[in-house]
Design a protein around this ligand. Structure first.
Ligand code: FEO
Length: 173
């Protein structure tokens, strides 16, 4: 059974994951609007990942006899100056999500809530990976600067991303 405080923090985090999904879908719309379909694809896959994360939290709360409360999802930004600006915001956003996950882990440890701590560890690893992936794209964008041909090559590369739900985690939620 979850404490009331933990239940609230978990369902507020569910909302944060769904906000992340909205943010990345808005970024996908931006990339589509500037004809960078590969970048848009990458963001659409990211949207799917974030929906998956949100659902994992939602299901976990129910699994522990809690009940998720669904709040309004904040409106995401709609305009960016450049692909670099988008990925700078993405990187900052993922760092903020990592900080939220770490705060949840701290609370689980304070409460000796071992199952929640265990559940959250998947997200600790996932955040490390997400930050690293985003940072790598950001570095490439900074490296190519204003070169349109290099930008199109990155666009082609990002067109290949597909969403694959991690099979090993399906049973946990
Ligand atoms: Fe679900 Fe990208 O954090």
């Amino acid at each position: 059974m979850l404490s009331d405080k933990m239940e609230k923090q978990l369902y507020e985090h569910t909302n944060a994951e769904f906000y992340s999904a909205y943010l990345y879908l808005s970024m996908a719309a931006y990339f589509d609007s500037v004809d960078l379909a590969g970048f848009a694809n990458w963001m659409k896959v990211q949207f799917q990942e974030e929906m998956f994360h949100g659902m994992r939290f939602f299901e976990y709360i129910g699994h522990r006899d809690g009940r998720a409360r669904l709040d309004a999802i904040q409106t995401p930004p709609v305009e960016w100056d450049s692909p670099i600006a988008v990925f700078e915001e993405t990187y900052k956003h993922e760092q903020a999500v990592s900080a939220r996950i770490h705060a949840l882990v701290s609370l689980a440890m304070q409460e000796n809530d071992f199952p929640t701590n265990n559940f959250l560890q998947w997200f600790v690893a996932e955040q490390t990976e997400e930050e690293s992936t985003v940072k790598a794209i950001l570095k490439k964008l900074r490296f190519v600067g204003d070169s349109k041909s290099a930008l199109l090559m990155i666009d082609q590369e990002l067109a290949g991303r597909v969403f694959t739900p991690p099979a090993s985690t399906a049973a946990i939620t």
